[in-house]
Design a protein around this ligand. Structure first.
Ligand code: BTN
Length: 329
């Protein structure tokens, strides 16, 4: 969708009544036939538009896709979402965002796709990304911090998503599973994949990729035990554009605060309150070893505090946590 079409769409979205063709001509400095072309384009994209002679055009239905025109009205963030790049299908929004970041796209740029043909998860896994139902997006960040601080970001994102979900779907019993999964009743609803390009003292960019199962009503058999969606949990459909905007709106102030802080101290109480793993016995799988122990909290730097069988507390900075005994709660 080109810029003028998107702007006309936003104008129509903001106008509950009919908007005359003439006013659109005036506002956008285009001819009647150009207006008609944009209307046709919007219809071809799935928008329902009433056209009545003498009255003009009225938007009677949105597509529900996380396209710029449908996300922007919900955005209150100052910079996150400054540029929204939408694709019906892409291999992976993280891959595309990294290309855009290398090319110089500004901090706050968001790449969003309706589906991904090669969605990627942590530890080399795939992220199943069917069309029309879920959210898959990547946000470009350019934090002016040494790269050692970047591993703190996934926890910050997890808090932002948790806060957005709590507001978006009150009563949803979501928990944060270190380092950055969001689970509901023990099943994964959302995953985060952060990838960065840096030198020791300088972070060039971080791409924060977020996948959320929103309106998926049936999960692939292999995921039915371990994953869930908002639809499956709450029994109704959710607006993907609104949820995307809400996450950006919640994330930006946390990110701004984190840039000014030394560490994650300011979100530790929230993390502790909503942590799935707190006081649980876990095994952490890392690339070439596993560590077991009881979770005693999260450090200011984002590490998991694990008490081993000798009673020592060790700090774990990465890995995949699995609950050992009790079922997820
Ligand atoms: C995980 O394994 O939990 C992380 C999953 C991250 C998936 C998202 S979907 C949008 C972005 N693009 C990708 O290819 N991956 C991330």
């Amino acid at each position: 969708m080109n810029d003028v079409t998107a702007q006309i769409l936003v104008r129509l979205m903001m106008t509950p009544d009919f908007l005359s063709g003439e006013s659109l001509c005036r506002e956008f400095g285009i001819t009647r036939s150009a207006v008609w072309k944009h209307i046709r384009l919007l219809r071809s994209e799935g928008y329902h538009l009433d056209a009545v002679t003498g009255r003009g055009y009225r938007l009677s239905g949105l597509t529900g896709r996380p396209v710029e025109a449908e996300v922007r009205p919900f955005l209150t963030a100052r910079n996150f979402g400054c540029k929204l790049v939408y694709h019906t299908v892409t291999v992976s929004t993280n891959i595309l965002a990294k290309v855009l970041a290398v090319e110089g796209s500004p901090e706050g740029t968001v790449v969003v796709a309706d589906s991904q043909s090669g969605g990627r998860g942590r530890m080399g896994r795939i992220w199943v990304s069917p069309p029309g139902v879920n959210l898959y997006f990547s946000l470009i960040l350019r934090p002016a911090v040494p790269s050692v601080r970047v591993p703190q970001l996934p926890l910050l994102v997890a808090v932002a998503i948790h806060q957005a979900l709590s507001k978006f779907s009150p009563g949803l019993e979501a928990t944060i599973k270190w380092p950055n999964d969001i689970l509901v009743h023990g099943r994964k609803l959302c995953g985060v994949l952060c990838e960065m390009q840096s030198e020791p003292d300088l972070t060039h960019f971080v791409v924060t990729g977020i996948g959320i199962n929103v309106n998926q009503s049936e999960l692939p058999p292999l995921l039915q035990e371990s994953a869930t969606s908002l639809f499956l949990e709450r029994g109704h459909l959710f607006s993907r554009p609104e949820l995307l905007a809400s996450i950006l709106n919640h994330f930006e102030p946390l990110y701004d605060a984190w840039l000014l802080e030394e560490d994650l101290g300011f979100i530790l109480p929230y993390l502790e309150e909503h942590s799935l793993l707190h006081a649980k016995e876990v095994t952490i799988d890392q690339m070439n070893r596993s560590i077991s122990g009881t979770v005693r909290g999260i450090s200011r730097y984002g590490e998991l505090k694990l008490e081993n069988t000798e009673g020592e507390t060790i700090l774990v900075s990465s890995g995949e946590a699995h609950l050992r005994k009790a079922a997820f709660s």
